[in-house]
Design a protein around this ligand. Structure first.
Ligand code: ATP
Ligand code: MG
Length: 370
């Protein structure tokens, strides 16, 4: 047993303290913790509160015999899974069978042989430990499966509308024999936009999958934050201009070198800046601030609708479409920030959000010290 591993707790129930002492002495050598009860009522109470890993239960007790105790333990959802070993002086076969029928996992005959007792206790503690591990793993798998089903449902639902639109447009083109060139052009543009919506969703889902499966390679290298920010902000200028959002860049210096993964950084900045523009009102401004020092920071500040307290609890979840809605009909899959958080963790950076409803938002990325 490793030093950090929790000792198993064994409850020994016997009305005769001398018997408890013998069992206790034997088991302490095995490095298990012992709890004792000299009557049935007390044993049921301890079993419920301390939840031992195993109960060694005397059959012959004056107030309530071991069989009855075992029956009560098996009736109670809190104690039904605790394995019970009967200790009995009875050698009658039908008594032993009765114990098994009531849910006991084993029995030991009195007077007991120390090695036999230790071996049986050990076996059942080990089985109990494995059962617990299997149950935990099973619960986790059920949770993951439910989560996957939920995401699949949302993704399927999100794909349904665009597919319906594409089919509708295609039918209109097919059925209109006198379709003009201009109409055809307009329909084709709609088809491209709608297909891109689906592509965005699928690419985001593939991205998440890749990160969650540990398939994204991270290559930490010296990176000039200044030049990356200049490039990415330039790429967003057209999109910002359409919404009359002024995209500003503030920095004290023109060289800021940090160590990070360039692709992860681009994905993070791309989503945060696109969000800042997407959720901003017309004619507002968005500021990207590069703050030097070790560690260095990047702030993305907008004057948009901000996040409610409830939103804040959900922001990095998948398909988290929150209070703010795109102002200019932009696409919103609700996956961007969950991808951001995963990349932030991969590059050992930190992200925080300050926001108030109606007063905009500030996302701060802090890079690891170099
Ligand atoms: N700067 C912001 N101001 C206000 N709300 C925001 C901001 N950024 C994100 N949100 C809210 O958080 C939600 C989740 O953002 P996220 O980036 O994950 O998804 P999205 O932008 O809707 O879609 P996409 O998957 O295309 O990024 C958004 O739908 C929006 O409600
Ligand atoms: Mg987004």
């Amino acid at each position: 047993m490793s030093q950090n591993e929790k000792k198993s707790l064994v409850l020994v129930v016997d009305d005769n303290p001398a018997n408890i002492q013998v069992v206790g002495e034997n088991l302490r050598k095995q490095n298990v913790e012992i709890s004792i009860a000299t009557n049935s009522a007390k044993s049921l109470k301890i079993a419920k509160t301390a939840k031992p890993d195993l109960i060694i239960l005397d059959v012959m007790m004056p107030d309530m015999d071991g069989y009855e105790v075992c029956e009560k333990l098996k009736e109670d959802p809190d104690t039904k899974d605790i394995p019970v070993i009967f200790v009995t002086a009875k050698v009658n076969h039908s008594d032993i069978i009765r114990g098994f029928e009531l849910g006991a996992v084993d029995y030991v005959l009195k007077p007991f042989n120390a090695i036999e007792l230790q071996a049986r206790v050990n076996t059942h503690l080990r089985i109990q430990k494995y059962l617990k591990q299997i149950k935990e793993q099973n619960d986790e798998l059920i949770n993951l499966n439910n989560e996957k089903n939920e995401f699949l449902g949302i993704a399927a639902h999100d794909l349904k509308n665009p597919i319906y639109n594409i089919s509708l447009i295609a039918k209109m083109i097919r059925d209109d024999e006198n379709i003009s060139k201009d109409d055809l052009k307009e329909f084709s543009t709609d088809l491209v936009i709608t297909s891109n919506i689906m592509l965005d969703l699928i690419n985001n889902l593939l991205d998440i999958n890749k990160i969650e499966q540990g398939k994204v390679k991270i290559n930490i290298e010296e990176t000039d934050l200044f030049s990356i920010l200049v490039k990415i902000i330039n790429n967003f200028q057209d999109r910002a201009a359409v919404k009359k959002v002024e995209l500003l860049f503030e920095t004290e210096n023109e060289v800021f070198v940090t160590k990070t993964d360039k692709n992860a950084l681009l994905q993070i900045l791309d989503n945060l800046i696109s969000n800042a523009i997407k959720f901003s009102e017309l004619s507002s401004n968005c500021k990207i601030k590069l703050i030097g020092g070790n560690p260095c920071k990047v702030e993305i500040i907008d004057q948009g609708p901000g996040f409610t307290e409830d939103d804040m609890k959900k922001i990095y979840g998948k398909f988290a479409r929150l209070s703010a809605q795109p102002v200019g009909n932009e696409q919103s899959t609700g996956l961007g920030l969950s991808i951001v958080k995963k990349y932030i963790d991969l590059i050992d950076a930190k992200i925080s959000l300050e926001s108030k409803v109606g007063s905009g938002s500030k996302f701060t990325i802090v890079f690891p010290k170099i």
